[in-house]
Design a protein around this ligand. Structure first.
Ligand SMILES: Nc1c(NC[C@H](O)[C@H](O)[C@H](O)CO)[nH]c(=O)[nH]c1=O
Ligand SMILES: CC(=O)[C@@H](O)COP(=O)(O)O
Length: 219
């Protein structure tokens, strides 16, 4: 199944600068299913956030078994950040991620004395669902996306939907930036940029600051 070509589908350019990026703390929770795609997607998100100005030590990467576990994992990571911010709880010990050494290293490898202990400004939830021969895919895809939306609205922390729901392995690879042919694009990069933008905007709106004058662009 080859990728269709589009005239304009896709996100427009992100903001040209992210003034508060260096002080943001952003979490990634990724599923461990379909690692061929998960690893490049997580890498794309991390690289985009670093390019926007987020410090590597302020990006926390944790994993859960599959996409079904993403809503609960995301909710609990947000809570963990809030607990850390209000106490002296140290790193989240024992956590494993595909990006660690063979999935066996613990989260202390990410730690740095300079790392933020603030509540997370945004969390990216990354999973790759690929249609099989039963209804498994449909149930997980629907519940996972609805669950992640609920976590974002209930906690007030921006949750970025980094879940691919693909009908074929080829579709998943193309959207992870490792496929072949037209339409290959690492969506993880878009999710990283979206996380920084939403973190900055929600922090600003939370302080009651809104930008005036935007209507002139549409007059
Ligand atoms: N089929 C896929 C799954 N399935 C696993 C579930 O997400 C879950 O981990 C299991 O049922 C235990 O509760 N997960 C994916 O991320 N991607 C799939 O394609
Ligand atoms: C429950 C499962 O993991 C499995 O039986 C789902 O099968 P499929 O991915 O072919 O729908």
């Amino acid at each position: 199944m080859s990728a269709p070509t589009y005239a304009f589908k896709g996100p427009s350019a992100p903001p040209s600068s992210f003034p508060t990026a260096s002080s943001l703390r952003i979490g990634i929770v990724h599923a461990r299913w379909n690692t061929e795609c998960i690893a490049p997607l997580v890498k794309g998100a991390v690289q985009a956030m670093k390019k926007a100005g987020v410090k590597e030590e302020n990006i926390v990467v944790e994993s859960v078994p599959g996409s079904w576990e993403l809503p609960a994992g995301t909710q609990r990571l947000i809570t963990a950040g809030q607990v850390q911010a209000s106490s002296n709880v140290d790193d989240l010990m024992g956590a494993t991620s595909l990006l660690d050494d063979g999935g066996n290293a613990d989260a202390s490898s990410q730690s740095s004395s300079k790392a933020s202990r603030a509540a997370f400004d945004a969390v990216i939830s990354i999973g790759v669902l690929i249609k099989g021969s039963t209804m498994h895919f449909e149930y997980i895809a629907q519940s996972c996306c609805e669950g992640l939306m609920r976590v974002g609205l209930d906690t007030g922390t921006p949750v970025i939907l980094g879940v691919l729901t693909c009908l074929t392995e080829e579709q998943a690879l193309q959207r992870s930036g490792v496929g072949e042919g037209a339409g290959v694009h690492n969506h993880g990069e878009d999710w990283g940029t979206a996380a920084v933008e939403m973190a900055e905007k929600c922090n600003r709106w939370g302080k009651g600051k809104v930008e005036a004058g935007g209507a002139k662009n549409y007059a």
